[in-house]
Design a protein around this ligand. Structure first.
Ligand code: FAD
Length: 507
């Protein structure tokens, strides 16, 4: 019988490394030793501050105290991503829309999106037609409340914004308290055994460190899986054109008004993120070096920020390698985080992918024989997750309609469209995205796709011929009645909920 794993070594002390160490230390049997080796010289990427709704559950599962998390990581609540200026309407005015963490309801057995497509919702957009999130955002409120009389809003999913450096620091402290062995040293070299497995790490100060099972969390360097084991990197540059980012931290303009959502504002050659934490805002510009030099992008980004940026502030440039390793797990090495791959952070998916990778690792935990069948299945699942995220990000560009900069035209005409997405884009001219259109929905369901199409108002702007196939009789009266109730519910919810900042202070 194959021998069980007795020790795991994680290389890298960024979000991926410490999330892996603390998660595995919490979940695995005590007899499995967890060691984390972290370079004192190579900095972490230091960004990655918006999450998706799995995060609250992950923290709870790790037994982390909510209050401590909010206080230490200057965390805030995220209801979704607000997209600004990605599309224009018939008058040439910019359109804003939200991608929320909430599923639209069914009306008379049919998805709300079909009613919205057929009858609209007056001045309210698709998301506003059925939920109060945008109205809460505009009132600087969030879906949590201080309690008291009956809350009109049923529980909805939400995510967190968090300070990346403080979050890794908190995970490190908890991990060490729970028994993770922490080594501060550089891995200079890797020793392979006769099977090509990683046998040992050569540490600069401590010398040889034996390895049984190793997790590569070395960031964009990909020191183990790519450099030592030679696993090829499959670039997504043909699908996604952005390859650089610049990041800056700025103060809140008015600290009493903290938006409970991430925002993504389209600029000339990419988009600017804004992640509002409790004490400051993390912002940046993701752009294409084919369309802007660093200096041009910097000027454009600083002009976008205007007086929001402090005097003399200089953004930090981060080259982005977009794509993924062909396999995430090779022999006795698994890559998690940036070392395994990265897709531009438009939907804040990277930490989620680390989280999912860890959960699947527990599900497909190896023994010392590292059988191929287990690895293959893990790799297939990770592959599907990358495809899902890549396709969803590509959708935002393919359905953009800006023509004011060659960047936006190139994004639609020069980049490749993944096959399944191309097929779906034809299909969705005739019907809204449906559950069977997507090979997987680990994170993005068909209704998330619907929210993008309807949010961008693509049908009003001539996508498809508008003649949807609708097998069910639709009763406009039911929709009008639904809209009336929904608007009343939104008003009651906005009146009831507390200010986001007040809630954060009370947590
Ligand atoms: P890193 O933080 O780079 O850590 C690498 C670690 O490896 C460091 O500790 C380093 O010291 C160590 N190391 C490297 N080489 C060696 C060596 N030879 N020996 C020992 N140690 C070594 N994700 C989200 O989920 N949401 C977001 O909103 C988001 N925004 C992003 C914005 C940008 C512009 C970018 C670039 C990324 C963003 N991400 C986001 C991704 C997110 O930042 C990363 O997934 C996350 O921080 C994990 O990084 P990491 O731990 O893999 O790598």
């Amino acid at each position: 019988m194959a021998k069980p794993i007795t020790s795991i070594t994680i290389v890298g002390g960024g979000t991926a490394g410490w999330l892996a160490a603390t998660f595995l230390r919490t979940k695995l049997a005590r007899k499995i030793k967890v060691t984390l080796v972290e370079s004192p010289n190579v900095p972490t990427v230091g960004v990655g501050e918006a999450t998706v709704p799995n995060m609250p559950a992950t923290l709870r599962e790790m037994g982390l105290d909510d209050q401590e998390f909010f206080r230490r990581c200057n965390a805030s609540i995220k209801m979704g991503v607000m997209f600004r200026n990605w599309n224009v309407d018939h008058k040439g005015d910019f359109i804003s829309y939200m991608n929320p963490f909430i599923t639209p309801p069914m009306i008379d057995g049919m998805e709300a999106g079909y009613f919205y497509h057929a009858y609209g919702a007056g001045k309210r957009d698709f998301i506003q037609s059925f939920c109060p999130l945008i109205d809460l955002l505009e009132a600087w409120k969030c879906p949590l409340s201080l309690g008291g009389k009956e809350d009109p809003m049923p529980k909805v999913g939400y995510a967190y914004h968090l300070d990346a450096v403080k979050f890794a620091g908190m995970l490190a402290e908890v991990g060490r308290e729970r028994g993770v062995t922490h080594i501060l040293d550089d891995v200079d070299d890797i020793e392979l055994d006769e099977r090509g497995h990683v046998a040992a790490l050569q540490l600069r100060e401590r010398g040889r460190h034996d390895v049984e099972f190793v997790i590569d969390c070395t960031g964009f360097q990909g020191f183990l899986l790519q450099k030592a084991l030679g696993e090829p990197f499959e670039s997504y540059a043909d699908y996604l054109g952005n390859d650089r980012a610049m990041a800056l931290q700025i103060p809140h303009q008015d600290p009493s008004k903290i938006p409970a959502a991430t925002s993504s504002t389209a600029l000339g050659a990419g988009w600017s993120w804004s992640v509002p934490l409790f004490n400051r805002v993390g912002t940046g510009y993701v752009f294409s070096s084919t369309h802007r030099t660093d200096d041009q992008a910097r000027d454009e980004f600083m002009a976008h920020l205007g007086d929001k940026a402090p005097e003399g502030a200089e953004p930090r440039v981060i080259p982005m390698r977009v794509g993924r390793t062909r396999r995430a797990w090779v022999k006795n090495c698994v890559a998690l985080g940036l070392s395994g791959g990265f897709i531009e952070p438009l939907e804040s998916t990277a930490i989620h992918m680390i989280d999912m990778g860890l959960r699947w690792l527990l599900m497909y935990f190896p023994s010392q024989d590292f059988d191929e069948a287990t690895q293959n299945r893990y790799n297939q699942i990770v592959d599907s997750m990358y495809n899902e995220v890549r396709d969803f990000i590509c959708l935002h560009y393919q359905l953009g309609n800006r023509t004011d900069d060659p960047y936006w035209i190139d994004a639609r005409t020069q980049l490749k469209i993944p096959d399944r997405l191309a097929e779906n884009l034809e299909l969705w001219k005739h019907r809204l995205p449906g559950p069977l259109d997507l090979p997987t929905s680990f994170l993005f369901t068909h209704t998330t796709f619907q929210a993008v199409l309807l949010g961008k108002r693509v049908y009003e702007m001539g996508y498809g011929d508008g003649a949807f196939s609708r097998p069910y009789a639709m009763n406009e009266k039911s929709w009008r009645e639904f809209l009336r109730k929904s608007a009343a519910h939104t008003r009651a919810t906005v009146a009831y909920k507390g200010a986001h900042r007040t809630i954060l202070l009370a947590l």
